[in-house]
Design a protein around this ligand. Structure first.
Ligand SMILES: NC(=O)c1ccc[n+]([C@@H]2O[C@H](COP(=O)([O-])OP(=O)(O)OC[C@H]3O[C@@H](n4cnc5c(N)ncnc54)[C@H](O)[C@@H]3O)[C@@H](O)[C@H]2O)c1
Length: 262
């Protein structure tokens, strides 16, 4: 999932506003109803008539995503650790931006003893400081234009703990705390801020570490019996950005198949 996009879709201010959808781009470019017979991992959720700015430190990946979305989608190379100059360009290109989705993250798989200060700092910088910097710049824009929606991607690891992921877990708990605090700050000015916390999602980040017996054991604990697909996360993000969610802010929406209910 990429880190940034802008689109026209159901928003707080009507169907012709633009959304800032950083991260959801790759997962929003197909019509799930038409793709019923495709392999699960290739399906997606379609956003009709949206203009999306796809931002990622991996420009080639962002361009590939933007090309798949089509319809005015544009790709930008953006490092969430230092996003302001690029974000200025994005917001100039998409002045009606009304939504931001932050999805960029890295995982540090290391025991506490093996977690270096460099690894710790890099994980905090990308996952938490990056979310802060993106939100600070775009929230100011949203306030200026009279409102909008921010969705930050957290993780179930903020609720149930995994060994050997202290740095990642700390950032995801931080993203939820940060987002709840953000939600009460500009709420009066119409900016909603929520998080989505998935269980394992079938992207590279989820597939490789949870392959084999380790993943099968994990799956046995998930009441709905499967890992999440990207379109499960996209659907939650789209809901939080939709007209149906205009009374929802400061919420963490778990997309975990019931895993954290244990
Ligand atoms: N895949 C899972 O199992 C899982 C589970 C729970 C939560 N999540 C969360 O979902 C989100 C998306 O993860 P994913 O599974 O799509 O992983 P991914 O690795 O496919 O996507 C992460 C993206 O972030 C980009 N990125 C990394 N550092 C960046 C930086 N400094 N600036 C800009 N972009 C940067 C990467 O290039 C990549 O495109 C993340 O926030 C992740 O923590 C994933």
């Amino acid at each position: 999932m990429r880190s940034c996009s802008t689109s026209r879709a159901p928003t707080d201010r009507g169907t012709h506003d633009r959304l800032h959808l950083p991260a959801a781009a790759r997962i929003c470019d197909r019509d799930a109803s038409r793709d019923r017979h495709r392999p699960r991992g290739r399906r997606g959720v379609r956003i009709a008539g949206v203009a999306v700015a796809v931002c990622d430190i991996d420009l080639a990946g962002a361009e590939e995503t933007a090309a798949r979305i089509g319809a005015g989608a544009r790709a930008y190379r953006l490092d969430v650790a230092d996003p302001d100059a690029v974000l200025d360009r994005v917001l100039a290109d998409f002045p009606d931006t009304s939504m931001l989705v932050n999805s960029a993250a890295i995982v540090l798989d290391a025991s506490l003893a093996d977690t270096s200060i460099e690894g710790w700092n890099r994980t905090i910088t990308v996952n938490l400081t990056g979310t802060f910097l993106m939100c600070r710049r775009v929230a100011a824009h949203l306030v200026e234009r009279g409102g909008g929606s921010i969705v930050n991607i957290a993780s179930e690891t903020a609720h149930i703990m995994f060994a050997d992921r202290t740095a990642y877990t700390a950032t995801k708990a931080g993203v939820i705390g940060f987002t709840r605090a953000l939600a009460i700050e500009p709420a009066g000015r119409g900016v909603r801020a929520n998080t989505v916390s998935p269980t394992v999602v079938m992207t590279e980040m989820g597939r490789t570490p949870w392959a084999g017996e380790k993943g099968e054991a994990f799956l046995r604990d998930i009441p709905l019996g499967r890992f999440a697909e990207v379109e499960d996360v996209a659907a939650a993000v789209l809901f939080l950005c939709s007209q149906g969610a205009t009374m929802i802010t400061a919420t963490d929406l778990l997309v975990d198949g019931g895993n954290t209910a244990h």
